[in-house]
Design a protein around this ligand. Sequence first.
Ligand code: ADP
Ligand code: MG
Length: 274
Amino acid sequence: QKNLPKPSETRIITVSNQKGGVGKTTTTVNLAAALAKFGMEVLVIDIDPQGNASTALGIPHSQGVDSIYQVLIDQLSLADVVQPCPDIDNLIVAPATIDLAGAEIELVSLVAREQRLARAINKYAQHREEQGLDQLDYIFVDCPPSLGLLTVNAFVAAREVLIPIQCEYYALEGLSQLLKNIGLIQRHLNEDLEVSTILLTMYDGRTNLSSQVAEEVREHFPDEVLNAVIPRNVRISEAPSFQQTVVTYDPNSTGALSYLEAAAEMAERKRKAS
Ligand code: ADP
Ligand code: MG
């Protein structure tokens, strides 16, 4: 196990891409698991009504379970809803339930509708301090595949955006829309937000297409793209059906090793001075 530096303040990272199926959830849970394995204190916040991150981390999230939904509508605090991941030390999870599907609309009429997650996180940091708990090292927010109010809440709460990009045709389609939206957030709601990390996922070394996409993304974003690349790997896709991350399900698979490598690279890389 590597001895990685802990960040001086909590790194709050939102994992976002309005395309579905590009590896947002897989990346969230596996980077979180890898960093926890490296000894970091990690919180995963699931704000996708599908609750796939909650499933992969072995957290119950059927309708009615206390979840991030009640936090966003101010019924509960984060401290009330976080649960420890059963398989991984130092990793806690705020689950999402299907109730969140309505939140997108319910939030519209509430005050400070864009700041609710940010406030909940600040309050939770204070709560940990009062309880004598260690400061969190990483918070990951797993976003739904849309740019609605849930994703806006994640952008407002975070300092960093991590964009997973699938090494397939059309990978870059929609990226300019995402960057435009991040620009709007920076101008109006959160000037500290930056795209800190881009991770190439589902890379297939046997196809020219994958390497062409990877090359193109690296050309556009030389500072953001991690050297580590996530291959297409069947163990990665099997893990969630065992309510596990690939890092715990098959730690020696190429999928697990690539996520461990990506996590180590993230931990070692300094945030760009803004
Ligand atoms: P998103 O959260 O962006 O919708 P997911 O992380 O749920 O995407 O991934 C979509 C599907 O692809 C899931 O079934 C997941 O298990 C699978 N998958 C993700 N990454 C890989 C990979 N590197 N290799 C194989 N399958 C993957
Ligand atoms: Mg997802």
